[in-house]
Design a protein around this ligand. Structure first.
Ligand SMILES: CC(=O)N[C@H]1[C@@H](OP(=O)(O)OP(=O)(O)OC[C@H]2O[C@@H](n3ccc(=O)[nH]c3=O)[C@H](O)[C@@H]2O)O[C@H](CO)[C@@H](O)[C@@H]1O[C@H](C)C(=O)N[C@@H](C)C(=O)N[C@H](CCC(=O)O)C(=O)O
Ligand SMILES: Nc1ncnc2c1ncn2[C@@H]1O[C@H](COP(=O)(O)OP(=O)(O)OP(=O)(O)O)[C@@H](O)[C@H]1O
Ligand SMILES: N[C@H](CCC[C@H](N)C(=O)O)C(=O)O
Ligand SMILES: [Mg+2]
Length: 490
C-alpha cells in the first residue's frame, strides 16, 4: 500500500522529504521484528523508548519512520503528536476498517470479563453465528485458538486479527477490553456496537493513579460507542445497575443503555434466585419476556455474568429460548471455579480470583456450601498493585479456616517481599495462616491436611499454565499440581 494512503488516516503530520513514491508492506512497532519495506512506528513505552531503535529499524529495512520528535534517520521521518494514537489509526486504515464491517462487543470491568465473553460466545454459537473472541485465555476464530500475551492486544495485532476474522467470515466479535488497553489507546479506532460493564473494584492501582482514574479508563469504552445514530444499526451500553459506578458510566455514552441487576430496578433482572453447590436457578426478566434459567455455574457473581451476557444478547436480537439453551449448556469456564476431581473425599477448586473482590466472592460462595473446613492457597502477582496484597490476605483469613500464602507470578519481585506485603496487618492471627513460598509445596500442604468434606480453593492462576519467575515462564498448572498432590496423598 502507498504510504501516503495509509497516512490519510491522520488529520495532520509533518514530513521534511518527499514520501510520494514510498510503498509499505506492513506496519511494525518493534524494531526487532522489522523486515524490508515496513513502516516503523516509535512508541515511548514503560520500559524503553522506541525512538531509540530507529537505526535498528532502518538497518532491517524500514522505509519510513513515524515519530513524536525529529530523529536521525536515512529514511523519511513523519512527525505526529502522539504515536500511540497514530499507530491505531494507521493500523485501522492499513487493514481497511475491519470493525466497520464486523459486529463488535467489548466487555470491560474488574472481574467477569473472560466469563462474560465465554457466555456470549456460547450464546452466539447456539444462534448459529461464527464468533471471534479476544481475551485473557486466547484469541479464537471459530474453533481455531491462538495464544496471547495480553488480554487486549496492541493496536497492530488487534486490527490484524479483526481483518483475519473478517476474511474468515466471522459473524460476531466478542472481546475483553482491559483498562490498560483503553488507557494506552490499543483500541482507538474500534467501532464498537455494544459495550458491556461488569463491575468495578480495586485492582491495578500500580498503573492507575486512583480508583477514579481507573473508572475514567473504563468509561472510555462507553464514550467510544460514538454518537452516530442512523436509526437502524443501534448501539448499546450494557450496564450493571447494582454497581456504584453505573451512573457515571451511563453518563459516558450518547447511545442506548440497557441496565441489568438483581437489587436495584433494572431492565434485565434475575428474580427468584436459588443458589446451591450444584448450580443456580433464576427467572430472567427482560423487556422481551421472562424465562427460567437452570445453570451449572456456581455463585451469585455468575448470575451477574449471565445477566450481562443475556442483556448483550438481547441487544443483538437473540431470542430468550436461544439464550436459555446456551446458558444451560455451559458446565464451566476454563480455570474459573473449576473442580479438580481425582477420587478424593474433599473438594478442590481452582479459580482465577486475583483481586480482593473476586477472592471475597469466591470464598463467600464456598463458605456458604462448605460442610467442613475451608483451605485457601493464594498469592499475589509481582510487578502489580501492591495495595491489594494485604486486602487479599485479610479476606483469605476472614473466610478460610486456614490460608496458605504462597507465590503467584512473582515476576521481577522477590516472592518473600510480596508475601511480607500480604501478611502485613495480620498481627496475632498466626494460627490462621501459613506461608509457604513454593506454590507446589503450598498446594501439597493443603492436600495433606484436607479431610473428608473439606474444600481447598487454589486461587489466582486459574487457566494459566506457567509461573513467571523473573523474566522466565516455567510450566506450572494448578490443576495438574493439585491432581498429583491428591494422588500422592493416596
Ligand atoms: C504496562 C504495559 O501494559 N506494558 C505493555 C507495553 O509494554 P512497554 O510499554 O513496557 O513496552 P516497551 O518494552 O517499553 O517498548 C516500547 C516500544 O519500543 C519497542 N521496542 C522495544 C525494544 C526494542 O528492542 N525495540 C523496539 O522497537 C516496543 O516494541 C514498543 O513498541 O506494550 C507492550 C506491547 O503492546 C505490552 O505487551 C505491554 O504489556 C505488558 C506485557 C503487560 O504485562 N501488561 C499488563 C499490565 C496489561 O496490559 N494487562 C492487561 C490486562 C489486565 C487485566 O485485565 O487484569 C492486558 O490487556 O493484558
Ligand atoms: N461478576 C463477577 N464479580 C466478581 N467476581 C467475579 C465475577 N465473575 C468472575 N469473578 C471472579 O473473578 C475471577 C476472574 O474472572 P474472569 O476471568 O471472568 O474475570 P476477568 O475480568 O476476565 O479477569 P482479568 O482482568 O484477569 O482478565 C473468577 O475466577 C472469579 O473468581
Ligand atoms: N490480567 C491480570 C492477571 C493477573 C493474574 C495473576 N495470576 C497475576 O499474575 O498477578 C494482570 O495482568 O494483572
Ligand atoms: Mg479476562
Amino acid at each position: 500500500m502507498k504510504l501516503k494512503e495509509v497516512l490519510s488516516s491522520l488529520p495532520f503530520y509533518e514530513v521534511s522529504s518527499s514520501i510520494n513514491e514510498i510503498e509499505i508492506n506492513n506496519i511494525e512497532m518493534d524494531s526487532r521484528k522489522v523486515v524490508p519495506d515496513n513502516l516503523f512506528v516509535c512508541i515511548n513505552g514503560f520500559t524503553v523508548d522506541g525512538h531509540n531503535y530507529v537505526h535498528q529499524a532502518t538497518d532491517r529495512g524500514a522505509v519510513a519512520i513515524i515519530a513524536e520528535k525529529q530523529v536521525e534517520s536515512n529514511v523519511p521521518v513523519i512527525i505526529v503528536p502522539d504515536t500511540s494514537r497514530a499507530l491505531a489509526m494507521l493500523a485501522v486504515k492499513f487493514y481497511n476498517y475491519p470493525t466497520s464491517q464486523l459486529p463488535l462487543i467489548g466487555v470491560t470491568g474488574t472481574n467477569g470479563k473472560t466469563t462474560v465473553t465465554y457466555l456470549l460466545e456460547t450464546i452466539f454459537n447456539q444462534n448459529k453465528k461464527k464468533t471471534g473472541v479476544i481475551g485473557t485465555i486466547h484469541m479464537k476464530i471459530g474453533e481455531d485458538e491462538y495464544p496471547v500475551n495480553n488480554t487486549t492486544p496492541d493496536a497492530l495485532l488487534l486490527q490484524k486479527t479483526f481483518k483475519s476474522m473478517l476474511d474468515q467470515d466471522v459473524d460476531q466479535v466478542i472481546m475483553e477490553v482491559s483498562s490498560h488497553a483503553l488507557d494506552m489507546g490499543r483500541v482507538y479506532g474500534c467501532d464498537y456496537d455494544i459495550a458491556v460493564f461488569t463491575n468495578l473494584s480495586q485492582d491495578h492501582l500500580d498503573y492507575h493513579k486512583n480508583i477514579d482514574d481507573y473508572l475514567r479508563a473504563k468509561s472510555l469504552l462507553f464514550a467510544q460507542l460514538g454518537n452516530n445514530y442512523n436509526g437502524e444499526a443501534k448501539k448499546f451500553a450494557v450496564i450493571n445497575e447494582d454497581d456504584p459506578s453505573s451512573s457515571q458510566l451511563k453518563r459516558s455514552t450518547a447511545q442506548h443503555v440497557i441496565t441489568y441487576g438483581c437489587k436495584n430496578t433494572a431492565q434485565v433482572m434475575a428474580e427468584h434466585i436459588k443458589l446451591d453447590a450444584a448450580g443456580t436457578f433464576f427467572n430472567l426478566k427482560t423487556p422481551i419476556g421472562d424465562i427460567g434459567i437452570n445453570s451449572k455455574l456456581i455463585g451469585m457473581f455468575n448470575i451477574y455474568n449471565m445477566l450481562a451476557a443475556s442483556s448483550a444478547a438481547i441487544a443483538s436480537n437473540i431470542s430468550l429460548t436461544v439464550i436459555k439453551e446456551a446458558l444451560e449448556s455451559i458446565t464451566g469456564v476454563n480455570g474459573r471455579f473449576e473442580p479438580v476431581n481425582a477420587g478424593q473425599s474433599y473438594g478442590v477448586i481452582v479459580d482465577y480470583a486475583h483481586t480482593p473482590d473476586s477472592l471475597e466472592n469466591v470464598l463467600d460462595t464456598i463458605r456458604e456450601f462448605a460442610k467442613n473446613k475451608v483451605y485457601v492457597v493464594v498469592g499475589c502477582g509481582g510487578d502489580r498493585d501492591r495495595t491489594k496484597r494485604p486486602l487479599m490476605a485479610q479476606i483469605a483469613v476472614k473466610y478460610a479456616d486456614l490460608a496458605i500464602f504462597t507465590s503467584d507470578n512473582p515476576r521481577t519481585e522477590d516472592p518473600n517481599v510480596i508475601l511480607d506485603d500480604m501478611i502485613n496487618g495480620l498481627d496475632n492471627m498466626e494460627n490462621r495462616y501459613k506461608v509457604i513460598v513454593d506454590r507446589k509445596e503450598a498446594i501439597n500442604y493443603a492436600m495433606q491436611h484436607a479431610k473428608k468434606d473439606d474444600i481447598v480453593l487454589i486461587a489466582g492462576k486459574g487457566h494459566e499454565t506457567y509461573q513467571q519467575v523473573g523474566l522466565v515462564k516455567n510450566h506450572f498448572d494448578d490443576r495438574e499440581v493439585a491432581r498429583d498432590a491428591i494422588k500422592s496423598k493416596g
